[in-house]
Design a protein around this ligand. Structure first.
Ligand code: NAD
Length: 488
């Protein structure tokens, strides 16, 4: 495993060349120690445009390669990532603030390699429609009308991603995009971009043609905004906040951008009176502290049946006692820092807004006496649907709890949200859980389980997004559907 090289000269990847950033560099900070991890390259708007132009120039040749050839390149990339990613751990851990174990298993290697391997097998979604007889008419002769439904690549995709799981998130975008025949420009989050440049080295070694994958970066909105504006980009694949997603939809409308939007979430966890409280609390608590709650799919809005409400609150409080906050490198740590000082302050203000509005602070709320940007796991009980803490996401280790009367009430509370990304039902009766689950306005629902099926379609209802990816839906997301019609 390599040590961190703080003085490494990070460069942008444009048209197959590593180039110096025209707008200089900025410091990437380790949120656990507040020390500098590296100096991230900052592209100029011109370089963002150059990257988009390179992706455009490469797009026809890449689209015309066979699926087998494209998939072979993605397979080589899987091998390169598998070979190299252990060396990426120190840098990615330091820039994300993730626990060492989480970095090793989920930030690099594992899920990214899995994504590349999955899309290294061609997925053919094209189909032929059964011929239909047509009568002679003003548009042509009688005959049997046939059609082939083809999936054509959208073209150039700008992949704009958030902090939290940078390498995994980018892999989840470029793997299906490249397999579908698209070329790409990656724009990672400003807070933790260095792992993406390490991924760029693996991309380089895997031997993609110049311009097929480009990487630019910027601390502010100018570089990603340029990718949204340019006509050389056909699609924005965005993961991030709903606020920025809305801006991208508005600005991208001028050039009719195709959009895949994975946005914010405020997942409900309905816990029925016959649920196994231990299982439910364990599941909720796992994601509560996991990556300091910076998880879009976390069940942060607990909706508990009135008969087990007190018991669940008490059990969650007990779990908080087993979630030590601190150094991500220390063995016993469960909760590391949040990404920046600004975000820590934002989450603290969020918690205060809850107690100011009348929520009961059951546990947490205080700032741990540590150097980095830490927040103790916080539980707010006796919440009501009108509270800001119930309606908005914290993207930190904060859970709110509300009681419910019956199943209809639980569904109404769960659906009383602008978001609809991932919700959960914990219930002793799977049939009843299924009945509740399908009434939830949520793109994804877990029944008595937190982990997702990685090939099931993923995406959000309402303000949580537009479109779906993963599995075969990943190929669909990066495809235009073309009908080719003929008569015979
Ligand atoms: P963010 O929206 O602030 O930033 C995301 C990306 O957008 C960054 O790369 C940023 O540089 C870029 N950006 C900023 N301004 C832009 C503009 N005007 N035009 C184009 N791009 C612009 O999000 P964040 O703070 O990095 O991440 C946290 C958010 O991401 C949370 O809301 C979380 O729920 C969401 N998220 C969603 C998912 C999902 O799968 N649905 C996964 C992870 C995170």
């Amino acid at each position: 495993m390599s040590a961190i090289d703080v003085d490494k000269n990070w460069q942008l990847l444009i048209n197959g060349e590593w180039v110096d950033p025209a707008a200089g560099t900025y410091d990437v900070i380790d949120p656990a120690t507040t020390k500098v991890v590296g100096r991230a390259p900052e592209a100029s708007v011109q370089q963002a445009d150059d990257a988009a132009a390179a992706a455009k120039a490469a797009s026809v040749a890449w689209k015309n390669t066979s699926p087998a050839e494209r998939c072979a390149a993605i397979g080589r990339l899987a091998d390169e990532v598998a070979k190299r990613s252990a060396d990426w751990v120190p840098t990615v851990q330091a820039e994300t603030g993730a626990l060492k174990k989480i970095t090793e298993t989920l930030q690099v290697g594992g899920p990214a390699v899995d994504r590349f391997r999955y899309y290294s097998n061609p997925i053919d979604l094209d189909e032929s429609l059964a011929p239909v007889p047509v009568a002679k008419g003003p548009l042509g002769p009688a005959g049997l009308m046939s059609a082939r439904v083809k999936h054509q690549p959208v073209g150039v995709v700008a992949c704009i991603t958030p902090y939290n799981f940078p390498v995994t998130n980018v892999a989840g975008k470029i793997a299906p995009a490249l397999a579908a025949g698209c070329t790409t420009v990656i724009k990672p989050a400003p807070q933790d971009p260095l792992g993406i440049f390490l991924l760029g080295e693996a991309i380089d070694a895997a031997g993609f043609p110049p311009g097929v994958v480009n990487i630019v970066n910027g601390a502010g909105p100018e570089v990603p905004a340029a990718l949204v504006d340019t006509r050389n980009v056909d699609m924005i694949s965005f993961t991030g906040s709903t606020g920025v997603g809305a801006k991208i939809m508005e600005n991208g409308g001028k050039t009719m951008k195709r959009l895949l939007m994975e946005l914010g979430g405020k997942g409900a966890a309905i816990v029925a009176e016959d649920a196994d409280i231990g299982v439910a609390a364990q599941a909720i608590a796992t994601v509560w502290g996991f990556h300091s709650g910076q998880i879009c799919t976390a069940p942060t809005r607990v909706i508990a049946h009135k008969d087990i409400y007190d018991q669940l609150v008490e059990t969650l409080k007990t779990f908080a006692g087993f979630m030590p906050v601190g150094d991500p490198n220390a063995d016993g740590t469960i909760v590391g820092p949040v990404i920046t000082e600004l975000h820590r302050d934002r989450v603290e203000a969020f918690i205060k807004s809850g107690t100011d509005a009348g929520a009961t602070l059951v546990v947490g709320g205080e700032r741990p006496e540590l150097d980095g940007y830490y927040i103790a796991p916080t539980l707010l009980a006796d919440c009501t649907p009108d509270m800001h803490v119930v309606q908005e996401e914290a993207f930190g280790p904060v859970i709110v709890v509300m009681p419910y009367e019956d199943d209809d009430h639980a569904v109404a509370l769960a659906n009383d949200s602008d978001y609809g990304l991932y919700s959960y039902v914990f219930c002793g009766d799977t049939n009843r859980a299924y009945g509740i689950g399908q009434q939830l306005e949520s793109g994804n629902v877990g029944l008595n389980v937190i982990q997702p099926h990685m090939e099931a379609p993923f995406g959000g209802f309402k303000m949580s997004g537009v479109g779906r990816d993963r599995g075969k839906w990943g190929i669909e997301a990066y495809s235009e559907i073309q009908s080719i019609n003929w008569i015979g």
